[in-house]
Every structure is written in structure tokens, then in C-alpha cells.
Design a protein. Structure first.
Length: 538
């Protein structure tokens, strides 16, 4: 029989069991319950505040007691390498390395690196130095005062500048403006009338002309000198042809017999350019200028054709005179020279009116426009320029050739320019749109000369339309090359028409007579040749 004491002793045991049961129930995890969310928040707060005084920052600094796997190590190394590369590029952008190639080489030598690698240019060498310096922290090279001042001076040199001309030049510009404006007006009026011509008539005209050009053959050949003949050109009346050779002699020949008429001695070195006066006539008193020539001695000689000695010599160029050309009026003459300038001369006073710079290298070719308002020059810097003689400004830059420009010529229409280059191509430029409109792969070697046909003749079977008879001037052009050929091209679609072969080597010059009967060429084989229609009556 149990006593009351025994009954009371059993009661605490029962309460303990109930407490244990309730505690086990409270520790159960019920996903999504509010109690568990509050418990996790309290645990995070406790860890953040630190357990036993240990914070997360202390745990970060504490070395790990476990070892990373090989893949984890490799990933960390690659990540660190990417960060280092970003830092290096950031330092490279802030580095100031020298622009002078000599200083770049000297710095590479200090770093124990090779000064030059195979096929490495100055720009690549500078980039290599920048890369090496960017790998060194705290490295910075600032250009010295001498280099910065030289770069500033180079920038100043590149700026355009104008110098005040002489009163004679001002008067010449005004005279050229008065001369060229009426000619431009007449040319444009004639072009408007020709534009109204019936298309079938124009097609028939071109067909007959091109058929005649395709029948051209070697008409005659003459040995002109003991050395290569660099230039040949027809006289305005087409009865004479002048040649200039590397021997320093200029010779006059009759057309079409090719017999010698006169020998002009006045240059001590090779003759590069020969040009006829637009109104050239053989004078009786020997005081009228009929011909001009430029040579490697830097002189431009004026000839009357009556005497072997020149009437006058224009002195001013400090290097070889490569090409010359008379202004359409005959009052002025332009010359291109290896002293990187072209000049304008007064024929009457034999005074230099203009010394024009603008090419970075030697100026090789020069040609006046038919109106007399513009002049085009080409240089060994592969750049051509069109200049306005009335203002003195450069109106267009002929930029597109990759090698020297050796020839330049204006079309009779007044707005097209042809250039021949050492890159074996001919380019046609339009002044109205200021761009190149066509490029011709003309020869297998450099193009020594390219000329439009300039003439006033018309075909006999053409009839007057609105009082105008269509002219064939400017409908084709000819080119000569060092591949030994003279090529004929149509000037409307720029197609090849005919190749004339006969020179034993380089062809150095070509010209077309104004009467559209002959094409003349001179070459390295010391000969000049006449080409004509094989059915041409002698």
C-alpha cells in the first residue's frame, strides 16, 4: 500500500516527462514556420556580433586549415593573371614613352632587350617598349624639353602659312583672271550646245574615231641622240617635233619626214622638259620665243629656233628641272623641280613671279588648264595638287596613288585631270566632285606620261547641228610606260583601244598632234617614233 509520500514522489517525475516531450516538440523543424525563421535570424546575428569575441574579419585573416584542389588552384591563378593584365594595361595607358626612335632604342638597350626585331618598324618598337615598361610598376618616361620643342616645331611646320607676294605677282593674278574668265564662259557655252547634239550622231562620231585609232601603226622611226630621249612634243602647227635628251641637247625635226632641222645647245646636263609656245612661229629676226626647255642643271632656256644659243635663261631653281609647260596665253611658263617647289615665270621680263611650295618631296610634273585659271602639279610624294592661279590656293588634292606621280594633264573639257604614276596606273579626277572617278591598270610597269588629245579638228562627214559641229578633242588619251608600249584609251568609258609596240625598252614620253594625224613617242632606246593610220597618205 502506498503512502501519501510515495504518491507525491511520483508527481515530479510526471512533470519532467511532460517538459521533455514539449521540448522535443519545440525542436522539430517545420519548413516555412515563423519560429524557424526567427531562430535562423538570431543565429546570424550572433555570428555577426562574434562568438567568444571572434568576428568575421578575424576569421578571414585566419589561415585555412584545409588544402585546395588542383582545379581550384588553377582557377585562382588564372583569375589573378587576368587581374594583373588589367593592371598592366592600365599602367600602359598612363605611360609616356619617347616618340624619337633613337631614344626608344637607347631605352631598350638599358632594359637589356634587343634594339630591333626582324621586320619591326619604329611604331612596333615603341609599342614593345611600352609593353616592357608597363610590366614594371612605378615606371614613367616623360619626353624631355628638347623632344617636346621639336614636336611643337613640327606641328608649326605642318600649319598652312601665307607670304605676301610682289606687286608683279598681284598684277599677274589679275591679268590671268581677266584672261581665263572669258575663255571659261566660251567653253561652257560650247559644251551646252554640244550637249544638245543627237545621241546617234555622237555615237557615230566616236565609232569612226575609235576605228581609225585602232588602225594606227608605226609610221616612222628615227635615232634622235646618243643617249635616251626623255621628251618629245609636237609644235602647234604640227609641222615640227622637238626632242630633249639626256645628253643636254634639244633637237627640232620635221614632220613627217623626221629630218633634222636644228640642234639647240644650252644645257650642261640631261633635258627633262620641252614645251612649245602656244603661238609658236619661226621668226625672222630671232627675237621671239618659240620653245622652252628645262634641264638637270636647274636652268630653263628660251629658244627662238633661229640660233643655237638660247635667248634667255631663267635661273632660280636649286635642283633639277623635271617638267615645264607654257601658260595658254604664252605670257607665263611653269616649271616643276626637284627642289620640292614649282615656279611661275614671266616670259617677257624673264623674272620669277611665284615660288610655290606644297609637296613634301620632289615636284615632277606640271600642266596648265586650257582656260589658264588652274595648274596641276604631281610629285614624288605620290600626291597631286590643283592650284588656282588667280588666288594662289590649292583647290584640290589628288590623293590615291601609292607611288610617284610622273605625269599630269588636263582634259579639254576643263574639269577632268589625268595622272600617271609609278604604281602602273592612270587615275582620272573630277574637279567638280573633288574625287577620283576612275582608275586604269594601264601598264605592266610605271606610267611615264599620260596625255589627252587636244585639238580643234572635226571629222569631215559631220554636219552642223544648231550651228555647232562636234569636235573630237578630248575623246581619247594616250599613255606611255616602261613596259615598252604606247596605249590608247577612250575618254568616255576609259576602255583600252590599241597598244603600239616598237620601242626596244622603256618609253619615256608620248604626245598627240593637234591635227589628230600622228602620235609621237620617245624612249630609252635613243629613238623617237611616229605612229599614224596605216592608210594615211604620204
Amino acid at each position: 500500500m502506498s503512502t501519501p509520500m510515495d504518491i507525491d514522489s511520483n508527481k515530479p517525475s510526471k512533470r519532467a516527462g511532460e517538459a521533455s516531450l514539449s521540448s522535443s516538440l519545440s525542436r522539430r523543424v517545420h519548413f516555412g514556420s515563423l519560429e524557424e525563421s526567427e531562430r535562423q535570424n538570431r543565429r546570424k546575428t550572433t555570428v555577426a556580433e562574434g562568438i567568444n569575441g571572434v568576428s568575421l574579419e578575424d576569421l578571414v585573416d585566419t589561415p585555412m586549415n584545409y588544402e585546395l584542389s588542383e582545379s581550384s588552384k588553377k582557377s585562382r591563378e588564372e583569375h589573378q593573371a587576368i587581374l594583373d593584365e588589367f593592371e598592366r594595361k592600365k599602367r600602359a595607358r598612363t605611360l609616356a614613352v619617347p616618340t624619337d626612335d633613337g631614344r626608344v632604342r637607347a631605352k631598350l638597350r638599358e632594359l637589356g632587350e634587343p634594339q630591333c626585331l626582324f621586320g619591326e618598324g619604329p611604331g612596333d618598337r615603341r609599342d614593345r617598349l611600352r609593353y616592357l615598361l608597363s610590366k614594371q610598376e612605378g615606371t614613367e618616361i616623360v619626353p624631355d624639353e628638347e623632344e617636346s620643342s621639336s614636336s611643337e616645331s613640327e606641328e608649326e611646320k605642318e600649319e598652312e602659312f601665307f607670304t605676301q607676294g610682289t606687286p608683279e605677282l598681284l598684277e599677274a593674278r589679275r591679268w590671268i583672271a581677266r584672261y581665263s574668265l572669258p575663255r571659261s564662259r566660251d567653253r561652257l557655252q560650247k559644251q551646252r550646245l554640244e550637249y544638245e547634239l543627237p545621241l546617234p550622231q555622237l555615237k557615230s562620231l566616236r565609232k569612226d574615231l575609235f576605228a581609225e585609232l585602232k588602225s594606227y601603226a608605226n609610221f616612222s622611226s628615227q635615232i634622235g641622240d646618243d643617249r635616251p630621249i626623255s621628251q618629245c612634243t609636237f609644235s602647234p602647227d604640227c609641222n615640227l617635233i622637238a626632242t630633249g635628251s639626256w645628253s643636254g641637247l634639244c633637237k627640232i625635226w620635221s614632220v613627217p619626214s623626221c629630218s633634222a632641222v636644228a640642234t639647240l645647245k644650252g644645257h650642261a646636263d640631261r633635258v627633262g622638259g620641252v614645251s612649245w609656245h602656244p603661238q609658236s612661229t619661226v621668226s625672222i629676226d630671232g627675237s621671239v620665243v618659240n620653245l622652252a626647255s628645262g634641264g638637270s642643271d636647274g636652268l630653263i632656256n628660251l629658244w627662238s629656233l633661229e640660233n643655237e644659243a638660247p635667248l634667255a635663261s631663267l635661273q632660280g631653281h636649286t635642283a633639277r628641272v623635271s617638267k615645264i609647260d607654257f601658260h595658254p596665253s604664252g605670257r607665263f611658263i611653269g616649271s616643276a623641280s626637284y627642289d620640292t617647289s614649282w615656279r611661275l615665270w614671266d616670259v617677257e621680263t624673264t623674272e620669277e613671279l611665284l615660288l610655290q611650295e606644297g609637296h613634301s618631296r620632289e615636284v615632277y610634273a606640271i600642266r596648265f588648264q586650257i582656260d589658264g585659271a588652274l595648274v596641276a602639279t604631281g610629285g614624288l610624294d605620290a600626291i597631286g595638287r590643283v592650284w588656282d592661279l588667280r588666288t594662289g590656293r590649292s583647290t584640290m588634292v589628288l590623293e590615291g596613288h601609292v607611288k610617284d606621280i610622273l605625269s599630269v594633264d588636263f582634259s579639254p573639257n576643263g574639269y577632268q585631270v589625268v595622272t600617271g604614276s609609278a604604281d602602273n596606273t592612270i587615275r582620272i579626277w573630277d574637279i567638280r566632285t573633288l574625287r577620283c572617278i576612275y582608275a586604269i591598270a594601264a601598264h605592266k610597269s610605271l606610267v611615264s606620261e599620260a596625255r589627252f588629245f587636244h585639238g580643234t579638228v572635226t571629222l569631215e562627214n559631220d554636219e552642223l547641228v544648231n550651228g555647232v559641229k562636234p569636235a573630237i578633242s578630248g575623246l581619247y588619251l594616250v599613255s606611255s610606260g616602261y613596259d615598252g608600249f604606247v596605249n590608247i584609251w577612250s575618254a568616255d568609258d576609259w576602255n583600252w583601244l590599241k597598244s603600239l609596240a616598237g620601242h626596244d625598252g622603256k618609253v619615256m614620253s608620248v604626245d598627240v598632234s593637234l591635227d589628230n594625224k600622228f602620235i609621237a613617242s620617245s624612249g630609252f632606246d635613243r629613238t623617237f617614233k611616229l605612229w599614224a593610220n596605216e592608210n594615211l597618205p604620204i
